[in-house]
Design a protein around this ligand. Sequence first.
Ligand code: FAD
Length: 324
Amino acid sequence: MSIRELYHERTSPFISLEFFPPKTELGTRNLMERMHRMTALDPLFITVTWGAGGTTAEKTLALASMAQQTLNIPVCMHLTCTNTDKIIIDDALNRCYNAGIKNILALRGDPPIGEDWLDSQSNESPFKYAVDLVRYIKQSYGNKFCVGVAAYPEGHCEGEAEGNEQDPLKDMVYLKEKVNAGADFVITQLFYDVEKFLSFESLFREQISQDLPLFPGLMPINSYLLFHRAAKLSHASIPPSILNRFPPEIHSDDNAVKSIGVDILIEIIQEIYQRTSGRIKGFHFYTLNLEKAIAQIVSQSSALSHIINESSEEEGEDETGGEI
Ligand code: FAD
């Protein structure tokens, strides 16, 4: 079923979950078990990432198909469009459709680390920006797919090397293009600054849509080092009020960091849910293929605690139980 339809059916707040394809078969088996346990958190949908430049295409398709066929939860596969062609895109979409995957997150993508092909792309390429992929899917496949797109509450980081600053207002024009091209839902980049998300949400409601599903992207804090690395890579600012909650003496204590992180994420969810008067009711987690912090956040958050999660909390203790 399409994410857009499911979204409008739910009346109480819910979550969705992003996973990435593991490198090994053992990792995939372990992740499938973890995903099965996490179905107890009743996610509206799960997403599976597409490695930069299509580097994980086969593994992404395999994991997304397996999840769609065994989890009884709609799967949304990410698909990037630059440095590729229609044959590859059609092959991926047809394989998704045949596997029962009806939701696609249409992205432009970035070059893999160390490569830089964005500037050298041929003008002949049918896909320069994500909007080109949205248009292509909608025009070629009609309503076969429900299509999501990405958004950046603090602005996309393009051109920083040339001195361009992140600017959510500039991106809003292009986000509107993606929605006008047929995007059915929007998932944001991760952020920790609630004020920045809330002002983005107001702009989005004013300039783009009052009721299009908009999912804030949230990444649990599993270790101090990873927290900083993920925020830096995603160009997400960390407000001092959050940074100050991690005194230097606990930086290497993952359990202490995780526990403060759970409190922070619960507060972020609560603040967003209340201050948008429930307009934001779906919270998308970048899981990093981990479950424990998310199970704790869901079970302890007053906005989400209606979700039955006891079983996942018990089983979710073992993060190191298998290679992923
Ligand atoms: P676009 O919407 O095309 O925007 C890219 C840039 O171009 C922006 O700066 C925008 O302002 C600008 N722009 C857009 N249209 C125009 C135009 N017509 N003229 C001029 N400028 C324009 N990457 C992966 O490789 N795999 C993944 O699985 C993946 N999943 C993601 C999931 C989410 C929720 C998010 C937020 C990002 C994800 N990414 C992923 C990263 C994403 O590919 C990069 O952030 C990429 O740089 C931009 O992708 P986009 O789809 O937002 O691009």
